[in-house]
Design a protein around this ligand. Sequence first.
Ligand code: NAI
Length: 463
Amino acid sequence: MATQFDLIVLGGGPAGYVCAIRAAQLGLATAVIEKEKLGGVCVNIGCIPTKALLHSAYIAHLLKNAADFGIQTTGVKTDYGVAMQRSRKVADQNSRGVDFLMKKHKITVIKGAGVLQPGRKVKVGGDVYEAKKAVVIATGSRVKGIPQIGLELNKTTVISSDEALLLDRTPASLAVIGAGAVGMEFADIFNAFGVTVTLIEALPRILPLEDADASTELAKSYKKRGITVIAGAQVTKATVAKDKVMLDVEAGGAKQQVETAAVLMAAGRAVNVENIGLKECGVQLTDRGFVKVDQNLQTTAAGYYAIGDVAGPPMLAHKGSREGVVLAERLAGRKPHPIRYDNVPSVTYCHPEVASIGLTEERCKEQKLDYVAGKFPFSANGRARGTGETEGFVKIVRDKKYGEILGAHIVGAHASEIIHELAVARENEYTVEEIDLAIHAHPTMSEAVAEAALDSLGRVLNM
Ligand code: NAI
């Protein structure tokens, strides 16, 4: 095996493997070092298997309400173990797909844990590999507990998404700590599989980074489905027993105890920066523990770059992949379109889905922007009525004078797909008038986008 490459990428997740593919496409001799399966967290224990389980959850929910659609179902039973096995197959298929892509692009895959060395070198076991151009750090992130309050991950009663994705059966009850993307998605899944779910969020509302209207809509929807939401809550103490956990929770000045069979920690992730030789190579970290990078994704050590979760928020697969592409192009001497970090879509795949891009209304207020918000509910959309998916809305916040789209927020079925119309619009600086000029097919959920644009202009048609 060769020991010299143009580019060596440490980590084969969506940032690293995509960077390697683009580099190889541009003629750079490239190697990827990966200690586990190719595809990283996203493919193996993150985005992909979670979406498979969320689809099982969706089917369970649909069947419970099938009678409304003229379909009688009797004896509908859920089996988490079967859904889990299916999700593993999907994840494995995707990981094998990455293996195939590496072969297709003649990228060398080195199995093992890499440690950076000075001089653009990486040691794997007893072998040392050298990069002529660059070493790319794409080591990603991992789950974490909160040992400070007694919630250390123990893989049985205090679990993370890693374990939740591999359970054969559901626990009788589950407290989910944190109502960001991970917490929202797993609360949705376990509720659909019949588990009593309590969702506990420290900040005043669930999905705290989303527009307040989105949080309100989801809180309403989760309540309807029997998920207990406790927001603005502090877990002051956790008593972990063999088969249950007792949580002391304070919210709104009141104290309560939540007894649960298991706790799922979803209060953020830790980045993988330990034991990979960063210090030895002069690669510094930020105050928040990410690898410090400049606008070219170069670390504080020349010839060492970082992309993906390890290089800072948002910790999203698509942000990491885009960094990988842009970095590969720069290293190959191209001048790629710069990454607009204010234009990375955010999606939570719970039901109803939540998707957004750009500024929330609160942020517009904080920044004292002169804006107008337009909103269109799916309850007034013909397609949504047809499928019975009338929860949610499209909200567009536009600049008052020029009509520029400052932010867009979608709650509803297929929000994760619909958001891209707004992503294209924002990347190309289209206005709300231009959104409306594009003819939207009828009947579609996307018509709500055009209607929200029109609403922001004071001329909504179907409401
Ligand atoms: P997160 O940072 O998005 O959300 C964690 C939530 O936990 C926050 O709302 C925070 O206020 C809350 N929290 C923190 N400490 C708490 C405490 N002691 N008690 C109660 N609540 C507490 O992190 P999350 O959801 O774990 O996800 C990790 C990363 O992975 C994020 O960057 C996320 O965007 C990404 N991810 C993305 C997905 C997607 O795009 N659909 C799916 C899953 C994860």
